[in-house]
Every structure is written in C-alpha cells, then in structure tokens.
Write a protein that binds this ligand. Structure first.
Ligand code: FE2
Ligand code: FE2
Length: 263
C-alpha cells in the first residue's frame, strides 16, 4: 500500500539528518571543501522546506524528526564517502517513491525536482572525495562542555523551533518571517559550530525532541521570546571578534611577495 505522506515524513527526517551531517563535516573539513558541503546543506534545507510545505498544505502533521547522522573518522575522503553514501540512499529512496506514486501523482514533480538535486550532490561529493586524497581531519572528542557547544545546541533548538513555526503558521507572512529567523539562527549555528570544531576538533549536535506544533497564542509568545538574549548577544560578539582577529591576522601577516616588500 503506497503511503505518500509516510514517504514525505521519512524524506523530511532524512533531509534533516543530511543538513546536520554535512554541516558537521563542513566544520571539520574547512576551507573550500567545507564551503561546498555547506552549499549542499543549504540545498537540503530547501528540500526540507518544500516537503514540509507540501505536508502542511495537505493538512498533514509536520514534525521535525531526524534520521541517524554519520560522524566519520579518518580523512576528508572518509567523511565524504559517508556523504556520497547518504546521497546514494536519497537517490534510491526518491526513485522508489516516484516509481510507486506514478507520473500522475501530484507529489511526483516535487520528488523529481529533489531527485535531480540529489543526483547532482552525489556526483559533487564523488568529485570532492576523489580530489581530497589522503588528507586527514581533526578528530577531537565530541565533548560536552566545550566552549561553544552550549551556544550551538541553543542555536539548533531555535532553528527547529522557528522552522516548526514556519511550517505550521496559518498566516503566510508570519511563516516567511519565521523562515527568515530560522535562517538567521542557522547562520549563528554555523559560526558556533565552526568555533566549537576549531577548539574541540569535533562538534556533534545531538538530536532534539521535535518541537510540538504551537497554538496561535504560543506562536505569538515564541516570536516575542525568540530575539537573542543579552548573554547570547555577548557570545555572538565573541564569535565576531574571533573571526575579525583571524581576518586581521591574515591581512597583517609579513609580506611574502618580494617586489611588494616595503624597503
Ligand atoms: Fe535533499
Ligand atoms: Fe542531497
């Protein structure tokens, strides 16, 4: 028996896991490969959004469950192999669903659109894995209590809360605003995750209990309560400072180009 909403619920959990897996790998890998991973994580966020929208439009419950996330050890290529495997799984799942639903089903065009992205991601990860060679990644302990983990967890919780509000808001304007807020929180999560990985070698974002669909009153309250607290702003300022110091350090490092060297 074909259960399209069961498919979409599972797809959402898989997309959610892909976002976290690629972000965590991006923080460990860094540099250009890390940027490519983050770019693909953003595609997965779009997929999660599209699937949630389709569910919400049909009056289906939208819950932010998360499938297991592969951490990985060894080198950059080993991490990327896990990401290739995740994309192979996604391609197989979407193909199977498209086949089961058939060409006339209203959800098929959406699944085909996502499938095209997943095929592209799979190839991109294969290419990156080949280019990565033997380079190792830092393997720190995924320790609780590292300087940035509290902030990263809090940011992740907020991303989920805002997304849940975005997916369930009856008012489209409020939904869009909540989505934008989720993106802001996602950016902060990225900063905190990068700092956390830099200081501890590895950041692991544990799964959160999916937030419940809020009532309109709770929704209004959440929106008011969500602006960053003073303490949180302080931590964000620290992150900005740390970035700025590294940037300035890079700009003021000794000249290496002979002809431009001050006499
Ligand atoms: Fe995806
Ligand atoms: Fe993908």
């Amino acid at each position: 028996m074909v259960d399209p909403w069961g498919y979409l619920a599972r797809d959402m959990a898989d997309e959610h896991a892909a976002i976290i897996q690629y972000l965590q790998h991006a923080w460990r890998v860094g540099e250009e490969t890390g940027c490519a991973l983050e770019e693909i994580a953003r595609d997965e966020m779009r997929h999660l959004n599209w699937l949630a929208e389709a569910m919400a439009e049909a009056g289906q419950p939208v819950r932010l469950e998360r499938s297991p996330v592969a951490q990985g050890e060894g080198g950059i290529a080993d991490l990327l192999a896990l990401d290739v495997a995740a994309e192979e799984g996604a391609v197989a799942a979407y193909r199977e669903q498209i086949l089961a639903l058939g060409p006339e089903h209203p959800l098929t065009p959406l699944l085909e659109r996502i499938l095209a992205d997943e095929e592209h991601h799979r190839e991109e990860f294969r290419r990156l894995a080949e280019a990565a060679g033997e380079e190792a990644v830092a393997v720190g302990e995924p320790s609780e209590g590292a300087p940035w983990d509290g902030l990263a967890h809090e940011k992740y919780r907020r991303v989920l809360r805002y997304l849940q509000l975005a997916f369930t808001a009856a008012d489209p304007a409020l939904g869009r605003e909540m989505e934008e807020q989720a993106q802001v929180q996602m950016r902060h999560l990225g900063w905190a995750g990068e700092e956390w990985t830099r200081s501890a070698g590895r950041a692991v974002i544990p799964p959160e209990e999916p937030p419940q669909a809020p009532t309109p009153a709770q929704l209004a309250q959440e929106a008011l309560a969500m602006p960053p607290t003073a303490g949180e702003l302080g931590r964000l300022m620290e992150i900005h400072d740390a970035f700025a110091r590294r940037r300035i350090g890079a700009l003021t490092s000794p000249w290496s180009v002979g002809s431009l060297k001050p006499k």
